[in-house]
Design a protein around this ligand. Structure first.
Ligand SMILES: [Zn+2]
Length: 395
């Protein structure tokens, strides 16, 4: 690696690149176990003298890790990342997605920016944190299954909230090009199954056509989205300054001459308000059922619309009025607005009561794509920020 070619290279830059290469080599696609990576981190943080807790999930195939450095009896700061990555199809990549490769000023590999780059910087900075006379604790938190709906983070948030003195602020290291993000949309993903009554399509007036009823539900979902767009509520710190809802996947029908009796589809709601999303979904379901169900059941009493929540994570609110945030503000980088992609920030807030912001190296534009990369300079900037944070934690 040629980190030394980076202008003003941080003394720990080589170490962060080396940790990143190690982390990329664990194929932690969400479908697979992350335990080898968690073992690697557990050994690393234990050797530094951290207080390490591993929180396994029910399957025993996945785990979260929480490592504390500094005093347990004072409110501290969480540095949090997820260990899983989205799938990578090696055929679409120029190099092996699970073998980090440097090309020029960039490091390529699945997870380099989303978000093992942040974890690598935490590990590179951790020896300096361990040697400092910390007056407040750091909690390094690494979760499983963020990419499939923030499934691991709630257990971390609950664990932290049950500590005698819980942390006062969480920094979620999602790629934000090292700008401070003070809001993130929440998401609810639902599967809808329309159960009608089928038969030979020449008798269709006697049937309950599940595809047609699904299309009317989808139209009502789209109308709801237009109302958000027209009537708000609005928050212009977001690029799309209101909630959105849309259908993303649909399946139904068996043959050209059969009235379909089943149709299922998936839709999402992305919300800006932590508290309103569940009520909005409930109201939408009520509206749809009141409009369509009586009509469907007049033809067939067994007709039904089934609603299944696939996953949900809450929006991350604005933590900038929080006391710890205000104390920290002088060392924080410039603001980058609010984002519509998911993160665990809302989970820390809702399940843990810990105000959260997003701040991490790399760009979300490179996430979830073939040839994902991070600019080495982003790691450098993250390490420089950790220096400031470390100095601040001593007072
Ligand atoms: Zn991520």
């Amino acid at each position: 690696m040629q980190a030394s070619a980076t202008p003003n290279a941080h003394p720990q830059l080589e170490a962060s690149i080396s940790h990143l290469a190690d982390l990329i080599a664990f194929d932690t696609t969400s479908a697979y176990s992350n335990l080898e990576l968690i073992d690697y981190m557990e050994e690393f943080f234990t050797n530094l003298g951290a207080d390490v807790t591993v929180l396994p999930d029910k399957s025993g195939e996945k785990a979260n890790l929480v490592a504390r450095l500094g005093p347990a009896d004072l409110p501290g700061i969480v540095l949090s990342g997820h260990t899983d990555v989205v799938p990578a199809n090696p055929k679409s990549w120029q190099s092996d997605p699970f073998k980090m490769e440097q090309r020029g000023s960039r490091l390529f590999g699945r997870g380099t920016c989303d978000m093992k780059g942040f974890a690598a910087c935490v590990m590179a900075a951790a020896p300096a944190f361990a040697n400092a006379e910390l007056q407040r604790p750091f909690y390094f938190c690494f979760s499983h299954d963020e990419e499939v709906g923030c499934l691991g983070a709630p257990a971390i948030a609950r664990y932290l909230s049950e500590l005698k003195v819980p942390p006062a602020l969480a920094i979620i290291g999602e790629p934000s090009e090292m700008k401070l993000i003070n809001g993130q949309k929440g998401k609810i993903a639902m599967r809808v199954t329309v159960l009608g009554e089928g038969g030979h399509s020449s008798f269709s007036p006697q049937h309950v056509n599940a595809v047609e009823y699904a299309s009317r539900i989808i139209t009502m979902i789209a109308e709801r989205s237009r109302r958000y767009e027209q009537d708000g509520p609005f928050d212009h710190d977001f690029t799309v300054p209101h909630a959105t809802t849309l259908t993303t996947i649909i399946e139904g029908g068996v043959a050209t001459n059969v009235t379909p009796d089943t149709c299922s589809f998936i839709f999402e709601l992305r919300s800006i308000d932590q508290n309103a999303a569940a009520a909005d979904i409930k109201a939408l379901i009520h509206d749809i059922e009141a409009t369509l169900l009586p009509e469907m059941q007049r033809l067939s009493v067994d007709s039904a619309i089934e609603w299944q929540e696939l996953f949900a994570y809450p929006a991350m609110g604005d933590a900038t009025a929080n006391e710890m945030f205000k104390q920290l503000e002088p060392i924080l980088p410039e603001r980058g607005g609010k984002v519509s992609y998911g993160s665990e920030g809302g989970v820390f807030e809702v399940d843990g009561g810990i105000p959260s912001v997003i701040l991490g190296p790399g760009s979300i534009r490179q996430a979830h794509k073939p040839d994902e990369f991070i600019e080495i300079e982003q790691l450098n900037q993250c390490l420089a920020f950790f220096d400031k944070l470390n100095a601040w934690m001593k007072y």
